[in-house]
Design a protein around this ligand. Structure first.
Ligand code: XMP
Length: 514
C-alpha cells in the first residue's frame, strides 16, 4: 500500500505529523532523506510528500531536491520544508537574524480562507529563515501579523507550504489545515482506520503461521496486545513465558493471575526470584544492577526455552515483541547532531535475545504509537484497565530501591507501592497520571512511632505526567491524597518513618531514580 512519506529534517514535532495524518485517515510513514532517496532509487513511490521542519538553515543545505520535486507528486512543506520549496522553485528565502519561536497570529491574504478555518488564527512557529519573495507560479495565502509570508500554494502543482507547524496542538485548526492538504490539494483517498491497523497486524502475523512463536511476556500493554492478536492468528503455537524476577509489584502478580484466568493466552510463569536476588547481592551501582537484571533475564529465559523445546520436541522460530514505532523510526534527532547520543540509562527489556537464540523477530506493532496500540487492544476486547496501565520498566523495582537490594527493601517498596496504587484507584486519580510509584531511599532518619524513637528509612512518592516519557512534569495532585498515602505508608509499612514527594520534572530529573 502506498502512503504519504514524511521526510524528517530533525524537527521535534515530526512524529506528530504522522499521528495527526493517521487520525485524519491518511496513512503515512517517517523517513530520513537518505532513506527516501534509497526508496526512490528502488522505484518505490509515495502518494504525497511532507517535508518536515528542522533546526538547520537551507543556506547550509547543498542537497539537490529535484529527485523529489521532479516527481510532480503532491507536497506539503512545513517550516524548513517551506523554505526548501521556495528555494527550489526560485523564490527568495531570507536568512533570519533571530529566531521566531512561539505563538504567532496569521490571517488569509486577499480574502483567502482554508475550509473550516477562521480567516485569522493562532499558530505555532519555530524558525530562523523565512520566505521573502513567493516563487513564480505560487500565490501567498497566509500572512503573519508581523508581515511575514506564512503560507503559499500552487494548486496546479498540488503544493502547499506553511511557515508554522499545523501538527502541534498550539496551532488553531491545525488538523483542518492538514485535512485541507490531504483532501483538497493532494486529493488522496483515506487508507488508514482502526480496522486497517488491525488487519495489517494480522497479515504480518499470518506470514509466520505454522511456526512456533515465543513471547517474553511482561503483562504490559504492548506485549499483551501483541500476544492477543498473535494468539487469534496462531492459536497455541504461541507460547508466553513470564519471568518473575522478584522485582515486581503486587499489582503485577495480580495482573498475571487475572490474565491467565481471563484470556486464552498460554502464559507460563518462571519463578526466578531467588536467582535474581542472589546475583544482585552486594551490587549498588545503578548501571551494573541494570546489566545484572538484563543478563539474568536472558539466562533464565534461554534455559527455560531450551528445556521446553527438549521436553516438547519443538523448535521456536520467532520471538514476538511489542516494539512500537518510536523505537524503530530512523529519525534525525537534533540532539544527536555530530555524534552519538549519550547513554543516560541502559534500557533492559529483551535486547540481545533474538540474536543469541537465533530467533527471527515478529513485531506486528512496529508501525504504531502507544495510543494506537491501546485502541487496538480495546478493538480485540481487552479490558480498559489492562490497556491503560502505567508503563513499568523492565528492571522493575530493582531501580526503585536505591543502592543495594535486600529482601527487606523489596518488601518495603512492594507494600508502599500497593498503598499508592490502591489510593490512586480509590480516589480516581490513576488515569490522571502517566506513572506513579514509590522509591526507597537508603537513608535513615529519626522519628517517633507510638511513644518510641524510630530510626528508619525514607520512602519517596514519584508521580509524573508525560505523553511519551521523554519529558515529564511532576504531578500536582491534591494534598489530601498525598496526606492519606503518606499516613498509610508510615502506619502500615514496617521500617518506614518518613515519606517525601518528588517535585522534580524531567529534565533535569529522569522519571526513575536509577
Ligand atoms: P527515565 O527514568 O529514563 O524513564 O526518565 C523514561 C521512561 O522509561 C521507563 N524506563 C524503562 N523502561 N526498561 C523499560 O522498559 C528500562 O530499563 C527502563 N528504564 C526506564 C521509565 O519507567 C519511564 O516510563
Amino acid at each position: 500500500m502506498k502512503n504519504v512519506w514524511i521526510i524528517d529534517f530533525g524537527s521535534q514535532y515530526t512524529q506528530l505529523i504522522t499521528r495527526k495524518s493517521r487520525e485524519l485517515g491518511y496513512s503515512s510513514e517517517i523517513m530520513t532523506l537518505g532513506d527516501c532517496f534509497k526508496k526512490l532509487g528502488k522505484g518505490e513511490l509515495p502518494v504525497a510528500f511532507i517535508l518536515s521542519g528542522g533546526p538547520n538553515s537551507i543556506f547550509e543545505d547543498t542537497t539537490d531536491y529535484s529527485k523529489i520535486f521532479d516527481l510532480n507528486l503532491p507536497l506539503l512543506g512545513i517550516c524548513y520544508g517551506m523554505q526548501l520549496v521556495s528555494n527550489h522553485f526560485d523564490g527568495v528565502v531570507e536568512r533570519g537574524m533571530q529566531g521566531e519561536y512561539g505563538h504567532s497570529k496569521v490571517h488569509g491574504v486577499g480574502g483567502y480562507s482554508i475550509p473550516g478555518v477562521k480567516t485569522s488564527f493562532n499558530t505555532w512557529m519555530s524558525h530562523f529563515d523565512h520566505v521573502k519573495v513567493v516563487p513564480p507560479g505560487f500565490t501567498q495565502i497566509l500572512e503573519s501579523d508581523n508581515g511575514l509570508i506564512a503560507g503559499i500554494e500552487n494548486p496546479a502543482k498540488k503544493i502547499m507550504a506553511l511557515q508554522f507547524h499545523p501538527e502541534v496542538e498550539h496551532t488553531e485548526h491545525g488538523k483542518d489545515i492538514l485535512l485541507h492538504f490531504f483532501k483538497d490539494i493532494a486529493i488522496l483517498t483515506q487508507t488508514w482506520s482502526n480496522e486497517v491497523m488491525l488487519e495489517n497486524c494480522r497479515t504480518e502475523i499470518l506470514e509466520v503461521r505454522g511456526s512456533k512463536v515465543l513471547c517474553a511476556f511482561s503483562g504490559g500493554v504492548d506485549s499483551l496486545v501483541a500476544a492477543t492478536i498473535a494468539h487469534e492468528v496462531l492459536g497455541d503455537d504461541l507460547y508466553c513465558f513470564f519471568v518473575d524476577n522478584g522485582l515486581l509489584r503486587p499489582q503485577d502478580y495480580h495482573h498475571i493471575e487475572v490474565l491467565k484466568k481471563e484470556t486464552q493466552l498460554n502464559i507460563e510463569v518462571i519463578d526466578a526470584k531467588e536467582l535474581f536476588l542472589s546475583k544482585l547481592a552486594g551490587e549498588s551501582e545503578p548501571e551494573k544492577k541494570r546489566k545484572i537484571i538484563g543478563g539474568t533475564f536472558i539466562e533464565v529465559f534461554e534455559q527455560k526455552v531450551h528445556e521446553f523445546e527438549k521436553d516438547h520436541q519443538i523448535k521456536f522460530e520467532y520471538l514476538l515483541q511489542g516494539t512500537l514505532y518510536p523505537d524503530v523510526i530512523e529519525s534525525v534527532s537534533p540532539h544527536k547532531k555530530g555524534g552519538k547520543s549519550v547513554v543516560i540509562k541502559s534500557h533492559h527489556n529483551v535486547g540481545g535475545l533474538p540474536e543469541r537464540m537465533k530467533l527471527k523477530l515478529l513485531e506486528p506493532l512496529k508501525f504504531l504509537f502507544k495510543d494506537e496500540v491501546r485502541v487496538l487492544g480495546e478493538a480485540v476486547n481487552l479490558k480498559y484497565e489492562w490497556v491503560h496501565r502505567h508503563p513499568f520498566p523492565g528492571p522493575g523495582i530493582g531501580i526503585r530501591i536505591l543502592g543495594e537490594i535486600f529482601p527487606e527493601s523489596v518488601r518495603k517498596v512492594q507494600e508502599s507501592d500497593q498503598i499508592l496504587f490502591e489510593e490512586l484507584k480509590e480516589q480516581n486519580l490513576y488515569q490522571a497520571c502517566w506513572q506513579a510509584f514509590t522509591v526507597l531511599l537508603p537513608v535513615k532518619t529519626v522519628g517517633i512511632k507510638g511513644d518510641t524513637r524510630a530510626y528508619e528509612e525514607v520512602m519517596c512518592i514519584r508521580i509524573v505526567n508525560s505523553t511519551d516519557g521523554m519529558t515529564a512534569t511532576w504531578s500536582h495532585l491534591p494534598f489530601e491524597f498525598l496526606a492519606k498515602a503518606s499516613a498509610r505508608m508510615t502506619n502500615e509499612v514496617a521500617g518506614i518513618t518518613r515519606v517525601v514527594y518528588d517535585i522534580t520534572s524531567k529534565p533535569p530529573g529522569t522519571i526513575e531514580w536509577e
